[in-house]
Design a protein around this ligand. Structure first.
Ligand SMILES: Cc1cc2nc3c(=O)[nH]c(=O)nc-3n(C[C@H](O)[C@H](O)[C@H](O)COP(=O)(O)OP(=O)(O)OC[C@H]3O[C@@H](n4cnc5c(N)ncnc54)[C@H](O)[C@@H]3O)c2cc1C
Length: 504
């Protein structure tokens, strides 16, 4: 009989989810996590009474009516959590005085965009049709549905899929750049272009708006860390064990079988199976010394673009922002003069005001973040000189405060806290390759992974598995949970046992 012990590397969303389903299915699992906290990228930190949330903007599947919500309840993240569905995804303020409002509601979005640029009506309607297709595909049967309703939904879903497959493929194979080329209005084109990476598959953008319109991508009050702690509690409640501050250096292999792990302190732990829910590059090329790869395994690391790393600035402001909209992603405004910030030419600032979540700041005050795309190589080089690195962070803090002053006059005197995280911060605390914040991007070149997921195994290596954002292009928290779940389903299948899942 197969040994039922499992070692899991990493207590991010994927590792914790894998552990939860392992425990539910009668396996004895232990997680080894190098950090002192659960959650990996889904985290937050405190400064001067403010909480800087380092992750969550929206959780797809937040609506109790959605099919995935049941799974979020299985892993314990949805219960007792209040989600806010903001009216706006984001505001894009133009230098010409006009503003593009990306409303969450699809009818409102369509009307607004067409009013803003009537000459782009055809392309706007094409986009909103794709969003509505996503809404139709999101109407999946759930356990709460009466049997006839369930059947009706299943038939409708199958029919939509069959009749719209071609459309879906077209959106999968269209990049943001290809789409925006067709938009005539310069501000609208710029707004679409700068909201999403250029080689992103448009299916991603369309489906994000589907979930938002469906009120199925809410922001959880309290932010990221409480969600990670909820997963941790669920895992511990099922009898799992987490070892914090334990960095895994090597995966032990004997006769092409994973048999355990070696920790940074040199100690070794053995088990029947090993799962890595840590960074993919480090797992394959460092922990396993690149011994179990083929072209298919190497291709993503050689050719696929990754989500960039970030300069992530958290601010605490002694004021409220009652006059500003509550948004999912913030307000983007142009700078009077472009400037170099952290090695990048910056023309506009995206300020995310957490006025939807008073728990992140003392009463009457507000937490705010500014997220800037960063060049990992630039920061890696700068990091070699600690004094220059610190000075650059201080300079960025001053630059961001000055930039915010342009849009929110007087804010400079109200800012009580500024904290600058860099690609090296993301790398140090989560180990993600190049400091990436979400793993591989879905582009037209690899969009088929939506239909045919990446393998969670490595060629030639038995008893070893991977889950998390490096085997699920597009990344994200729901994907992390589904990745751990998919993996345990496969493990149960290997052991000829029925996969069990339950929400308590
Ligand atoms: C700014 C930002 C905003 C985001 N917004 C959203 C959003 O709104 N919605 C959404 O769904 N997603 C969002 N994401 C993405 C989401 O956070 C990630 O895709 C997801 O958390 C990845 O989970 P994971 O478990 O695959 O990886 P990780 O979170 O990276 O977990 C890996 C874990 O492994 C540990 N580890 C690594 N190496 C070792 C080692 N050698 N030994 C032991 N432990 C190790 C790490 O410390 C970490 O805990 C955002 C991310 C960021 C940074």
């Amino acid at each position: 009989m197969q040994d039922k012990s499992i070692l899991i590397i990493g207590a991010g969303f994927a590792g914790l989810a894998a552990g939860i389903y392992a425990q539910m299915n009668g396996y004895r699992s232990q997680i080894y996590e190098m950090h002192t906290l659960p959650g990996g990228l889904c985290t937050a930190w405190k400064r001067k009474g403010y909480t800087i949330d380092g992750c969550i903007h929206w959780l797809v599947g937040s609506s109790p009516q959605s099919a995935s919500n049941r799974i979020w309840r299985e892993v314990g993240v949805a219960q007792g959590r209040e989600f806010v569905n903001a009216d706006e995804y984001m505001r894009y303020e133009g230098a010409d005085g006009r503003t593009v409002i990306f409303y969450s509601n699809i009818d409102r979005l369509e009307q607004h965009l067409i009013a803003l640029s009537p000459k782009d009506e055809a392309v706007i309607r094409e986009f909103t049709r794709a969003v509505r297709l996503g809404i139709a595909l999101d109407q999946q049967p759930t356990d709460q549905d009466a049997p006839l309703v369930k059947l009706g939904k299943a038939i409708r879903l199958g029919w939509t899929f069959l009749t719209c497959r071609k459309d879906l493929m077209r959106w999968m194979n269209t990049s943001t750049d290809q789409f925006v080329e067709r938009i005539q209005d310069p501000l609208l084109r710029e707004a679409f272009k700068s909201t999403w990476p250029s080689n992103f598959s448009m299916i991603f953008m369309a489906f994000t708006f589907s979930y938002l319109s469906d009120q199925n991508a809410g922001y959880p009050i309290g932010g990221s860390l409480p969600m990670s702690q909820a997963l941790e509690q669920r895992y511990l409640g099922l009898g799992g064990q987490i070892h914090y501050s334990q960095r895994v250096e090597k995966i032990l292999v004997e006769h092409d079988r994973a048999v355990g792990i070696r920790l940074a302190d040199g100690s070794e732990v053995r088990a029947g199976r090993v799962i890595s829910a840590a960074d993919g590059h480090a797992t394959i090329f460092d922990m396993l010394d690149g011994r179990y790869t083929d072209e298919k395994v190497r291709e993503p690391y050689e050719k696929w673009p990754v989500f960039p790393s970030l300069v992530y600035v958290g601010l605490g402001v002694n004021r409220t922002f009652a006059d500003e909209p509550k948004t999912v992603s913030g307000i983007s405004f142009p700078l009077r003069q472009p400037q170099e910030i952290g090695g990048e030419q910056v023309e506009r600032i995206d300020a995310h005001i957490f006025n939807q979540d008073p728990t992140l700041a003392p009463p009457g005050k507000t937490a705010l973040t500014v997220m800037l795309t960063a060049d990992y190589a630039y920061w890696k080089e700068l990091g070699r000189d600690p004094a220059a690195y610190t000075e650059k962070k201080d300079q960025i803090a001053r630059q961001i405060v000055a930039a915010l002053e342009e849009r929110f006059p007087g804010i400079g005197g109200q800012i009580e806290m500024v904290d600058v995280a860099t690609p090296l911060t993301f790398e140090r605390y989560t180990g993600n390759w190049k400091g990436s914040f979400e793993g591989f991007m879905i582009t037209p070149e690899n969009a088929n992974v939506i239909l045919k997921p990446m393998s969670q195994r490595l060629p030639g290596l038995e008893n070893f598995y991977m889950c998390g954002q490096w085997v699920e292009p597009g990344g994200g928290l729901p994907t992390g949970i589904m990745s751990g779940r998919r993996l345990l389903q496969a493990v149960c299948k290997e052991d000829n046992q029925r996969f069990i899942s339950r929400a308590d």
